[in-house]
Design a protein around this ligand. Structure first.
Ligand SMILES: CC(=O)SCCNC(=O)CCNC(=O)[C@H](O)C(C)(C)COP(=O)(O)OP(=O)(O)OC[C@H]1O[C@@H](n2cnc3c(N)ncnc32)[C@H](O)[C@@H]1OP(=O)(O)O
Ligand SMILES: O=C(O)CCC(=O)C(=O)O
Length: 376
């Protein structure tokens, strides 16, 4: 595979998640973290939103990061001017390309929308800016119209075209077909932007990359509009572990980054969330824990420290003798097989009552209670 670039949009599409509002310090901290771990490009926000957003973007720009910075704009001249006011050198200009969106936003007048796009690209280029164009709702657009808009964008001087599955309606097979078609007809690079309405955002992002997209939009924790976007941590780790493509990003900090964004967004990550959920390297089931004690590769696709986790063996309703003995032995307690089974029986009952696994302290108390009652 060719060189893939991550263009992370946590600070734009991520923040568009309903109810999320980063302050300036949070935006700066997230940008800094993403840059430190080696993310290539950041979509830092929407300058047209006004003063507060502009101040945050200027603060990020003043950090002089290695990552390239991109401002998001509609095909509206005042939007581009706001991006210029932020000191940005790269602008993204979005234009709806599906019939339903052109009807709602431009009263069906696609010629008007294309003229606006042309004017905006031309203005941005005159100001010395690098321009990317986004086909909003590309997945539902008429294929020929999408192709025409992308070709015209290229002709008018855009340096990249973004294929957007705006409402997350594609599957990986259709994503591959559509992106491949664009890639084969354009000479500028294609970026893939996917949403998670059917839980396929990461799979579709990978399919777009497989089809030849060289840039991929991600957000930390998959934060974003509605069901969110392709998650940064999932795309990076899937590329690394499934395709053997190392993007040069320091993955061992992904957990910390996730926690930073969870705190700033107030949007907690569910325990089973891939890569950064707290269950990612927690093993309770007896058969799994037994396997992991022999060799972690039995039930782990990559090592916990690769993303900043530590492995946890948890004792609960599904535990077996091996993991229980292992834990107790770490505390100097050696039980015979009958005693171990008796403790396991109580663990199962208590886990059901408490509706969770047991803490080590609870477990040690349970063992001493059992032993005491046995002795008396
Ligand atoms: C798929 C996406 O994620 S697109 C990005 C969406 N993100 C956001 O909307 C978050 C930030 N947005 C905002 O702060 C505001 O919506 C602003 C500042 C951009 C605009 O605010 P307002 O002027 O109050 O307009 P409002 O949001 O109500 O409506 C959107 C307007 O943009 C127009 N518009 C939408 N997309 C585009 C586009 N790609 N190019 C040109 N115009 C567009 C709409 O037709 C509508 O125009 P109208 O005011 O002439 O009817
Ligand atoms: O950049 C664009 O063109 C639109 C991006 C977007 O957020 C989307 O289509 O979901």
């Amino acid at each position: 595979m060719y060189q893939i670039m991550i263009n992370d949009t946590t600070l734009r599409d991520g923040e568009q998640a309903a109810g999320v509002a980063f302050n300036l310090e949070e935006k700066v901290a997230i940008a800094q973290f993403l840059d430190t771990i080696g993310v290539h490009e950041l979509e830092v926000g929407i300058p047209a939103m006004g003063e507060e957003e502009i101040r945050a973007i200027v603060a990020i720009r003043n950090l002089d990061l290695n990552a390239k910075l991109l401002g998001w704009n509609r095909a509206v001249l005042s939007d581009i001017k706001a991006s210029i006011a932020c000191g940005l050198e790269r602008v993204h200009i979005a234009i709806p390309v599906s019939g339903v969106q052109i009807a709602a936003k431009f009263h069906g007048q696609w010629r008007v929308s294309l003229q606006k796009l042309k004017d905006c690209i031309s203005f941005a280029l005159d100001q010395g800016l690098w321009v990317s164009v986004g086909g909003e709702d590309s997945s539902r657009a008429d294929e020929n119209f999408l192709q025409d808009v992308a070709m015209l964008s290229q002709e008018w001087g855009a340096s990249r075209f973004r294929f957007c599955d705006t409402v997350g309606v594609l599957d990986p097979f259709r994503t591959h077909l559509k992106v491949k078609h664009l890639v084969s007809t354009l000479s500028i690079p294609i970026e893939i932007h996917t949403h998670n309405d059917f839980g396929l955002a990461t799979a579709n992002a990978l399919a777009g990359i497989k089809a030849g997209a060289v840039s991929v939009n991600t957000t930390v924790n998959g934060l974003g509009e509605r069901a969110g976007n392709a998650a940064l941590e999932e795309v990076i780790m899937a590329l690394k572990c499934i395709y053997g493509v190392d993007l040069g990003i320091q993955t061992q900090h992904l957990l910390k980054l996730s926690q930073l964004v969870a705190k700033a967004s107030g949007a907690n990550v569910q325990p089973w969330k891939a890569i950064v959920g707290e269950n990612t390297f927690a093993h309770e089931s007896g058969i799994h824990a037994h396997g992991v004690l022999q060799n972690p590769v039995t039930y782990e696709p990559y090592a916990p420290e690769d993303v900043g986790w530590e492995r946890r063996l948890v004792i609960g309703k599904h535990s077996g003798r091996h993991s229980l003995s292992n834990l107790l032995e770490q505390h100097g307690i050696f039980l015979d097989s009958q005693e171990t089974q008796a403790i396991l029986d109580v663990v199962r009952q208590q886990s059901i009552l408490k509706k969770r696994s047991l803490t080590t302290e609870e477990l040690l108390n349970l063992v001493s209670e059992k032993r005491y009652s046995h002795a008396t």
